[in-house]
Design a protein around this ligand. Structure first.
Ligand code: HAM
Length: 470
């Protein structure tokens, strides 16, 4: 039986892996300009990190988590024995909870210290219904800015996000930036109650899920895809009318800074995001191209209570994450050209089997199309020596920083040159017994087909020079 990648997952073949690499490079460059340093947290954490951080009543935690069990824990489960907290593990559905857990554990934002600016990249896991742009294992790049409460931090993070997308190759005019404020502990509870009452008053027209949400997580009703629910929720009370004075002032400052920097955005009072940790500013970037329903390429916001939730000192924080698969889909749809994967620059070919075919020099071997390896003892000893030289020559070129390949399968010279052509190398180094005997190799320019003999010892420096001069 042939195996396939599990449903909702995909293999990253070299071209895609290269796209991801370019996106990560854009992240490193742009986030570096703002002083961010990379962090990596484990792909699985204690389940409680996500339950406490993201919220039990969210879809991400309540419906979509993948649980991880060791053999021992699985046996206990079968035996219906309770698991200890550190045996209850889940694959991370997002990166924020793990990074904030790490920041508390390692005291990354001690009182009075400068804020921590962290970015990360890696796979995330959510058991969602699979569709274009929505996968069960997907890749995010995210940032978390811990220790700054001011509106200028929010504006800076949003500006950095948009610069990052542009650095990835997405034109600014292809994106829409939505902005909202979720309020804080002073104003959100009353707003939640308003929305709950609104849902209860309209329960006849809302789907059963939204009716349930009245009690569990009323604000999630704004995200329901059911058209009837969307129509009802369009007239629901707006958070922006319910903000307390300090949240309203914070939000106004964020917007004013973005306006000053000339960044276009749309306010969307129904933008609630799917994770419970948000306070005040939230934002999302959507595109029209290529993604259908899953058109959010990134989103984030402020979470001023999360560090405390994990046992840390009160520390404000905010951040965002972007979806790499979705960025690549957009780049494909918009036909944005990307750099080609790094090509092999040099191929080192050996004239194997030359003694048996009676052609000892490079020119003779290539011309005669020598093929199979020699069966005689002398020829085989010569081939062994030649192959060893080809091998160590390729290594010496790599040491000199030249991307080099060679043939391991004993192909004829003709086939090796064909292979070199296919790889698109600019130079081929050809080593035959006659040249080897005098410590030389043939250097062939694959474009002009010009050949010259050069000393083997000097080959790396000659090639470095050739490649540098183009
Ligand atoms: P999120 O909106 O859940 O936020 O995810 C961020 C981005 O990840 C989405 O905009 C989307 O591009 C991508 N994404 C999410 N789910 C999937 C999926 N199933 N398949 C493909 N791509 C997906 C967060 O995860 C927050 N941790 C962001 C954040 C950081 N907030 C503050 N700091």
């Amino acid at each position: 039986m042939a195996f396939h990648a599990a449903s909702g997952t995909a293999d990253l073949l070299p071209e895609r892996a290269h796209d991801f690499h370019l996106i990560e490079r854009a992240a490193q460059q742009v986030f570096g300009l703002y002083g961010y340093q990379q962090i990596a947290t484990p792909a699985f954490e204690q389940t409680d990190v996500f339950v406490r951080g993201i919220g039990q009543a969210t879809d991400v935690v309540g419906k979509e988590m993948y649980y991880v069990f060791s053999q021992d824990a699985a046996t206990k489960l079968v035996e219906k024995t309770a698991l200890k907290a550190d045996q209850r593990l889940a694959l991370r559905p997002e990166g924020t909870a793990g990074v904030v857990r790490a920041a508390v554990q390692h005291n990354l934002v001690p009182p009075g210290a400068a804020p921590a600016r962290l970015w990360y990249a890696g796979p995330m896991f959510r058991h969602e219904r699979q569709q274009k742009g929505r996968y069960r294992q997907f890749h995010q790049i995210g940032v978390e800015f811990l220790g700054a409460a001011e509106a200028s931090a929010d504006a800076e993070v949003v500006l950095m996000l948009m610069r990052f997308f542009v650095a990835c190759g997405i034109p600014a005019e292809a994106m829409r930036l939505y902005l909202n404020s979720m309020g804080d502990d002073d104003c959100r509870p009353a707003y939640r109650a308003q929305v709950r009452n609104y849902i209860l008053a309209h329960s006849g027209t809302l789907c059963p899920e939204c009716q349930r949400r009245a009690d569990t997580n009323p604000l999630r009703a704004f995200d329901c895809k059911n058209p009837d629910c969307a129509a009802v929720m369009a007239d629901a009370p707006r958070i922006t009318d319910a903000l307390c004075p300090s949240c309203a002032e914070h939000y106004a400052q964020v917007k004013a800074l973005l306006v000053t920097e000339g960044l276009a955005f749309e306010e969307n009072p129904r933008l609630v995001r799917g994770l419970d940790y948000y306070t005040r500013t939230v934002f999302e970037v959507q595109v029209d191209a290529g993604l259908g329903a899953q058109n959010a390429i990134g989103g984030g916001g402020r979470y001023d209570k999360l560090m405390e939730e994990f046992g840390g000192k009160p520390t404000p924080g905010l951040g965002f994450a972007v979806g790499l698969e979705r960025i690549v889909l957009v780049l494909d749809e918009l036909r944005v050209a990307r750099g080609v994967p790094p090509a092999t620059e040099v191929f080192v070919a050996g004239v194997v089997g030359a003694a048996a075919s009676g052609t000892a020099s490079v020119a003779g071997a290539a011309g005669a199309g020598a093929t199979a390896a020699s069966s005689t003892a002398a020829a085989s000893a010569q081939d062994t020596k030649l192959r060893a030289t080809v091998f160590s020559t390729a290594e010496a070129l790599r040491v000199a920083g030249i991307r080099t390949q060679l043939d391991h399968q004993g192909r004829s010279l003709k086939s090796q040159l064909k292979l070199a052509d296919k790889l698109g190398v600019c130079h081929c180094v050809i080593i035959g017994p006659e040249e080897l005997a005098v410590g030389e190799v043939v250097l062939r320019n694959m474009q002009s087909h010009a050949e010259r003999r050069v000393p083997l010892q000097k080959l790396p420096e000659i090639l470095v020079e050739e490649l540098r001069s183009g």
